[in-house]
Every structure is written in C-alpha cells, then in structure tokens.
Design a protein around this ligand. Structure first.
Ligand code: PGA
Length: 303
C-alpha cells in the first residue's frame, strides 16, 4: 500500500473528530486540503473509508480498520519523537549537581560512571556543606543535590536512596580501640575533632550527644572530612564521620571504628530538587541512575 504519513495523519484527525472542519482546524489546513488527502488515501487503499450522511461523517467498515492502524502508527511516531528528544538531551545536555562534603566520597564515582554512559553531557559538580547547599537549592542554582535529610520544606522533592551510618573513629593505637564495647559514658572523658558549624554530620552528632545528655570536649573544628581523618590518625582525638568517608583508612588499618553503645547514628542520603523545577532530560536521567544504581557506589556493610 502506497500511503503517506501525511494522509494517515489527516485521516486519523478526521476519523477521531468525525469532522472535516475540526480536523482542518487542528492541523492548520484548509478543508479542501483535508478532503484531498482523504480522497488520495481512499484511492490508494481502493476502498471508501468515510461516508457523509447529511452533515454527519461516519467511518465505513474499512475506515474503522484503517483508523485502528492510523492511531497506532501515530502513537509509534510520537514515541519515536520523544525518544529522539531524550537522546538529544543526553548527548549535549548540562548537569549541575551539588553534593554535601561527605557525599563526595561516592558522588564523584557516580558522576564518572554517568559520564561514561553519556559522553556528551557536561557536568558541573559543587561540593559544599549542608547549609550552603540548602541555600543553592533555594536560589534555584542547581538541578539536583545529594545530601543528608533536608529540613521539612514544601518546596523540595526528596528521595532517600541509601543509608549513611555515622561512626566513632580512632587511631588503632588509641586505648579505647582495645575495648570490645565502649559505653557512652566513656566518651565523656575524650576529646573530639569535629566538623564545622553547618555540616550535617556535625548537627547529627551534636543532636545525638544532646539527646544522651553528654557534653563532649572538642579540640578542633575542621571543614573537611580529610582533615578530621588525618587528625584522628595523628592521635589528636576521636572523630565522628560517615562510614562512606573511611573505606580506604579501614582497609589499610589507619583508622578503626569503635564499637560505641547506641552507635551508629543512622542517617540517610537523599536526592533533592526543587518541586517547581522541571528537571531536564539529563537531570532526570541522573536521578534515575542514582535511584537504581546507588548500592553499587555506596558501601552498606561497614562493620
Ligand atoms: P556534611 O554531611 O554536611 O557533614 O558533609 C552531609 C549531611 O549529612 O547532610
């Protein structure tokens, strides 16, 4: 059958509306142009597809069959168009991600894999603490954020995708490292190296100690997990960090996790974006990638 897409498209519109006038309006064509396309289609098929009785248009038996195929071809074409758009977006789109300092331990690996899958995508990554990150979301500066639990806020869409256990770490030579179990009371006499104000880890740690009526002494405040780990290794005190930041140190035995009563403090990682932001094709693809592949990047067995 030698029919064209154009003829099918016009026929689909007339058959759906059962009106030449309505189809012409919908397709921005004149009514004679619509009639001409239908006439040609009928010539190609060798059967009448529509009949007009009075002012009403009806589908013939053959017309009903043809309508079924015209609809499914139109749907397929629409799907193909959407897929092409998606591919265009994924070949050349830009992705603006911001991640909490602590999440950077795995977020960089995630982004590297995502980039391998979509080579044409340009990625911009900002690593910052929780407070600044919430500001970036509120200023609509970024597509997506990866962070600890955001505050209740009607403007944000939040999706948890992995656990984030916070643990107490020490250098292997620390006296508490020899104990099988460390009571919370014992921490009272210890010194801690802590993250800066505004850090999610710091806030969670503070809340935990407050809830347990424990006031701890901090020797130093640092705005990087790396610096905390170095100081703890150097024996400057204990640290509370996410297990996701210490994989290498545990493997090489430069740090140990203390088995402290009521630890770990269980936090979670969230994907966050503004509710009113229409995610681009790339941002949407990254969101799906993180939600489906997180466990390949975020270590869950930690003790
Ligand atoms: P951070 O951690 O701000 O301490 O890097 C992320 C979070 O837990 O929100």
């Amino acid at each position: 059958m030698n029919v064209t897409f154009r003829q099918l498209k016009v026929f689909e519109a007339v058959a759906r509306n059962l009106s030449y006038t309505q189809a012409a309006r919908e397709l921005y064509l004149t009514q004679p142009a619509v009639s001409m396309q239908i006439k040609q289609l009928e010539e190609h098929t060798g059967l009448p597809l529509l009949e007009q009785i009075g002012k009403k248009v009806f589908l013939t038996e053959a017309g009903k069959e043809m309508y079924h195929y015209a609809r499914s071809i139109a749907r397929e074409l629409e799907d193909a168009g959407e897929v092409m758009e998606r591919l265009k977006g994924l070949e050349s789109g830009k992705l603006e991600v911001t991640v909490a300092t602590t999440a950077n331990a795995f977020a960089t690996r995630m982004l590297a894999m995502f980039k391998q899958l979509h080579e044409g995508v340009t990625i911009s990554l900002d690593v910052t603490n929780r407070e600044r990150l919430l500001q970036q979301l509120s200023d609509n500066e970024k597509d997506i954020a990866i962070m600890g639990k955001p505050p209740e806020n009607d403007e944000l869409t939040t999706e948890a995708f992995a656990d984030n256990p916070l643990v107490v770490v020490a250098s292997p030579g620390h006296p508490l490292a020899a104990l099988k179990k460390v009571s919370l009371k014992k921490l009272q006499n210890e010194t801690f190296v802590v993250r800066e104000q505004g850090s999610g880890t710091r806030t969670a740690m503070q809340r935990f100690f407050d809830e347990h009526n424990l006031s701890i002494t901090s020797s130093m405040e640092m705005n990087e997990n790396e610096a905390i780990k170095q100081s703890v290794q150097a024996g400057m005190g204990l640290g509370v960090v996410s297990v996701h930041t210490i994989e290498l140190e545990l493997e090489t035995n430069r740090l140990v996790i203390l088995n402290v009563e009521d630890f770990p403090i269980m936090r979670h990682w969230y994907l966050v974006h503004r509710k009113d932001k229409r995610l681009s094709t790339v941002a949407q693809a990254f969101r799906e990638f993180v939600l489906s592949k997180a466990t390949e990047f975020v270590k869950v067995d930690y003790i």
